[in-house]
Design a protein around this ligand. Sequence first.
Ligand code: ADP
Length: 195
Amino acid sequence: MPNIALFGPPGAGKGTQSQKLIQTYQYTAIALGDLLREQVSQQTALGQQINSYISMGKLVPDTLAISIVEAQVIAKKHSNRLLFDGFPRTVRQATALETMLASHQMTIDGVLFLDVPEAELVQRIQGRAKMGGRTDDQDTAKVATRMRIYADETLPVAQYYAQQGKLLKIDGTGLVEQVTKRIFAAVDKLSCADL
Ligand code: ADP
């Protein structure tokens, strides 16, 4: 199976769709947002530091994001199907990922770009905020910060993978099941190319 990354703006549905990929294709997921929130909930010194970024809608520093992911890659490198969710989010993270995977004779085979218009993203995040849960969803100014950082720092990652011919754009609008179908079709296509 191909190693893949789920890419897209905040609220695009990466978490939801990665659950589908785990269930159906037995992917081993590395979801940095979840790992960071775990640290925050443990209320360690590191967790408090992480929370100061997340709660402002900012990215945590690259060095921290990269070191957390690297530990996960080492722990999970024997899986023949890794799924990265919410990483890489900067070009520096993307190049670091390439280097760390190469050191274990691995690579990212495809990056699935979940494309959703910004107006719909904001609506979805507001809906998620009403259900409680994440503090970074509650405040519109912070959501706007996340969108701006996405455009400035994360979108260039799409270009990085497009240049390598690895970017697969997926329409992220419509029902969850419709998006899942599109994603599965893309993964099946990648798997065939892999053979
Ligand atoms: P969303 O995709 O909705 O923004 P995530 O759960 O993926 O949600 O991320 C939540 C927060 O965790 C981000 O807003 C950011 O503060 C931090 N974070 C997640 N992934 C990264 C990353 N690759 N680099 C830096 N910070 C990250």
